[in-house]
Design a binder for this molecule. Sequence first.
Ligand SMILES: [Zn+2]
Length: 57
Amino acid sequence: MQTTATRAVECPQCAERTRVSIPDEDADLKVSHSVAAYGEQTAVSCSNGHRYWVVVC
Ligand SMILES: [Zn+2]
């Protein structure tokens, strides 16, 4: 059974924390300014309007 976990990530520009859903509680997250060429990723908009990507490793 697949459960969905959430993790707080920091915006690379203003350090505002945003909760994102991750497929696996043990997943390693990398914050990226641009779309990565690999891995599963989620686009995040922080409350200050910055947009970045979180890559699940
Ligand atoms: Zn931000």
